[in-house]
Design a protein. Structure first.
Ligand SMILES: [Fe+2]
Length: 119
């Protein structure tokens, strides 16, 4: 639960190092994913069409925020994109071996799988 009555909550005595900043950004990224989950769950839990529409609209905005934090991590950390691409490649390989896979592979991450499909 937020502690809005404490004016010093979140105030730190110094600037963060790069390592501390990147860990903070990972927490910020996790918070965006948590927000998406909460808003989508609340939208599914109501029959009020306006509330559902607003909640799902905000959930999409949080997904944009998650993308911003992810991009920021990719800029701040030299090998972040390499590890993300490695993970994407591993899932792409599993997707190719999975029958009835209904999700399309992302074309934003080049992989051997993507290159095979484009030929
Ligand atoms: Fe957000």
């Amino acid at each position: 639960m937020p502690e809005f009555t404490n004016p010093f909550i979140g105030v730190v005595p110094r600037k963060m190092t790069l390592s501390e900043l990147t860990r903070a950004i990972r927490l910020d990224l996790a918070a965006e994913h948590e927000a998406v989950h909460i808003y989508e769950a609340h939208a599914e839990a109501t029959d009020n069409e306006l509330a559902k529409k607003v909640l799902l609209d905000i959930a999409e905005e949080e997904r944009v925020h998650a993308g911003e934090f992810l991009r920021l991590l990719n800029i701040l950390i030299d090998d972040e994109e390499k590890f993300l691409a490695q993970g994407a490649d591993e899932v792409n390989e599993m997707a190719e071996d999975t029958p009835n896979n209904t999700h399309q592979q992302s074309s934003s991450v080049l992989s051997i799988g993507n290159l095979k499909k484009s030929n």
